[in-house]
Design a protein around this ligand. Structure first.
Ligand code: FMN
Length: 283
């Protein structure tokens, strides 16, 4: 209390990329199902809101088309990784050429989880999905991948300190604490509960990000207090996309930004860097 918050900013940076506030758009497959403009609209909405869009390997438009839709936008590429190494190298080269600034390797999907709602509704993913999963991958393969690109590499889907240490030993620059929005193994830890142990294990060897269940600005500030550099939102952005395309994505992100700015001010923080563990009490 009684901290000068007349000049607050929610702006921060993550792996060298500046963002207007500490919320990114998580990678989500097949966005054309939510809106005909699909990933193009998400790219535009994220750019308008001054943040990073992370494009899924399983996008309904090509990575070049998503990039062209928002030329000034900041974007990362999420990699699913099948058995064909030449294809992986080709994707990495294309992403770099199209201005993607980091590679996010999702490691919690050796196989697709059992999504019972999808079974009930008869929802099926295209057969191409089997080209982008390889259930024989190990940390050795991650070391190989790290050597294939000059871009920063993040590993997404980490829930323990032990795995976080293995990821840093493989040379990655970022770790996304995530349980895939609860879509993979039923019963796993909530990512927020796993965050402190990952932050402690990693120290300053990598930047730690979090996704899962972020719905409010106060959720963002709680994650920052537990050591996350930024968070990603999945469903929240996708719902905005479904309602109103690029405008809907921008609106959702703007709401979150306003909530983050207010929560920072009410916590007596002039910027995300001021958020400390003590802001959420003794846990
Ligand atoms: C419809 C949908 C599709 C997803 N597709 C991918 C994907 O292609 N790659 C990936 O790494 N994660 C994917 N995820 C997981 C998200 O990146 C993220 O981890 C999760 O949605 C975060 O939880 P939230 O939805 O509560 O914000 C998907 C999530 C949803 C809801």
């Amino acid at each position: 209390m009684l901290v000068d918050v007349s000049q607050t900013t929610a702006a921060t940076s993550v792996l060298g990329t500046e963002v207007g506030f500490p919320v990114l758009v998580a990678p989500m497959a097949f966005q054309g199902l939510a809106h005909p403009d699909g990933e193009r609209a998400t790219a535009r909405g994220a750019a308008a809101a001054e943040t990073i869009m992370c494009l899924s390997t399983l996008s309904t438009v090509s990575l070049e088309e998503a990039a062209e839709a928002a030329p000034g936008g900041k974007r990362w590429f999420q990699l699913y990784w099948g058995p064909d190494r030449a294809k992986v190298q080709d994707l990495l080269a294309r992403a770099e050429a199209a201005g993607y600034r980091a590679i996010v390797v999702t490691v919690d999907l050796p196989e697709v989880g059992r999504r019972e709602r999808d079974l009930r509704t008869g929802f099926e993913t295209p057969a191409s999905l089997s080209d982008v999963t390889d259930n024989s991958l190990t940390w050795r393969d991650l070391e190989w991948l790290r050597a294939q690109t000059a871009l920063p590499v993040l590993v997404k889907g980490i829930l323990t300190g032990e795995d976080a240490v293995l990821a840093t030993e493989a040379g990655v620059e970022g770790i996304v604490v995530s349980n895939h929005g609860g879509r993979q193994l039923d019963g796993v830890a909530a990512s927020l509960d796993a965050l402190p142990e990952v932050v402690e294990a990693v120290g300053d060897r990598a930047e730690v990000l979090l996704d899962g269940g972020v719905r409010r600005g106060t959720d963002v500030v709680k994650a920052l207090a537990l050591g996350a550099r930024v968070v990603l939102v999945g469903r929240a952005a996708l719902y905005g996309l479904a309602v109103d395309g690029a405008g809907g994505v921008e609106r959702v992100l703007t709401l979150l930004r306003e909530e983050v700015e207010l929560a920072l001010a009410l916590c007596g923080c002039a910027s995300p860097a001021d958020v400390a563990r003590s802001h959420i009490g003794r846990v």
